[in-house]
Design a protein around this ligand. Structure first.
Ligand code: ADP
Ligand code: MG
Length: 313
């Protein structure tokens, strides 16, 4: 005979219901713990990075791990603003290291306190830093080879290194001798060509989308290319790849007043019109201070002193 149902407690949980309830409670607790951990840990370099919004109004997020990105366009088009989104994410991600190169000093200078290495306008320093990165990359590959692995993974304790170069043309074509510029370009190319599996992510911006600064052989190594306003279809094609302007995808179509809008091409896809998210100077200061504290808590001292960085930038 079935047991009478208690009108207040409802039916007694059956044999299947009880484990399901336990499982549901465990899932709730797990989700809450995860949320809490994410709230305190900040983003990760293994997660997609928020870059802005697409034409459909939806947020655009791309993972940068194992990839490189090129941003190019005329002066004032919005490259440095676009770069700031990437630097902000990387700075807050305590699971990566940040190396910044800025010929203009003041664009990435606000993030100096989060950077393990900050190179201002010295080509000598830039070449030395790239040589150091190259030897780090080579030793990472030696270890991977030893362990018969192809690439770094999130839990192997090897931190990805985000290398951000603003004003590439400054180092590659403006300062120094031809020979030094050539050494710089060769090193950048090597990092872009070989760095990905070793966790070295190169993000480079340049205001001169011409074949001498971005030769096809270098351009083609960048999985992501973001063409901000360009003056001609030819320079847009230099960034995105030959033939895109002819198919209607040209950054020359972006109006001069449409700051921050560009065509973003992700490996194998078609270019998408994207408006970069904008971080004001105050927001950058706040994020940089927060990232610096986060980094100190995680690794001890990482970048240069916040006050020191402020007074210099
Ligand atoms: N996504 C954006 N949203 C709003 N304003 C922007 C955006 N991108 C650029 N701007 C405006 O244009 C100015 C120049 O942008 P910047 O990124 O410094 O250009 P670039 O690095 O290409 O020379 C910025 O100071 C800002 O006022
Ligand atoms: Mg700039």
């Amino acid at each position: 005979m079935p047991l009478p149902v208690d009108p207040i407690a409802g039916p007694k949980p059956g044999r299947l219901v009880r484990p399901l309830l336990v499982l549901a409670r465990w899932a709730d607790e797990y989700a809450a713990r995860r949320r809490e951990r994410r709230a305190t840990a900040g983003p990760s370099i293994w997660e997609p990075i928020h870059l802005g919004v697409g034409e459909d109004g939806r947020p655009l997020r791309l993972p940068l791990i194992y990839r490189n990105m090129l941003l190019a366009g005329e002066p004032g088009a919005g490259k440095s603003v676009g770069l700031n989104n990437i630097v902000a994410h990387a700075a807050l991600s305590t699971d990566c290291r940040l190396w910044l190169f800025d010929g203009k000093i003041v664009e990435l200078g606000l993030w100096r306190s989060c950077a393990e290495r900050f190179v201002a306008n010295s080509l000598d320093d830039a070449i030395q830093a790239l040589l150091d990165l190259q030897s780090e990359m080579d030793s990472r590959y030696a270890v991977l080879d030893d362990e018969r692995r192809r690439k770094i993974a999130p839990d192997d304790g090897v931190s990805p290194i985000v290398v951000v170069l603003d004003e590439l043309a400054y180092f590659a074509a403006t300062v120094g001798t031809k020979r030094e510029q050539e050494s710089f370009s060769v090193l950048v190319r090597d990092l872009v060509a070989r760095g990905r599996a070793a966790g070295i992510i190169v993000v480079a911006a340049t205001q001169r989308p011409s074949a001498d600064i971005i030769p096809t052989s270098l351009r083609d190594l960048f999985g992501y290319r973001w063409a901000f306003r360009c003056t001609t279809d030819t320079s847009s094609d230099i960034v995105l790849g030959h033939g895109w302007a002819g198919r209607g995808y040209t950054a020359a179509s972006v109006a001069p007043e449409a700051k921050g809008i560009g065509f973003l091409l992700a490996e194998g896809g078609i270019p998408r019109r994207v408006k970069a998210a904008y971080l004001s100077d105050d927001e950058v200061y706040a994020l940089a201070d927060r990232a610096t504290l986060h980094r100190r808590a995680h690794h001890g001292t990482d970048g240069q002193d916040v006050d020191d960085a402020r007074s210099r930038s």
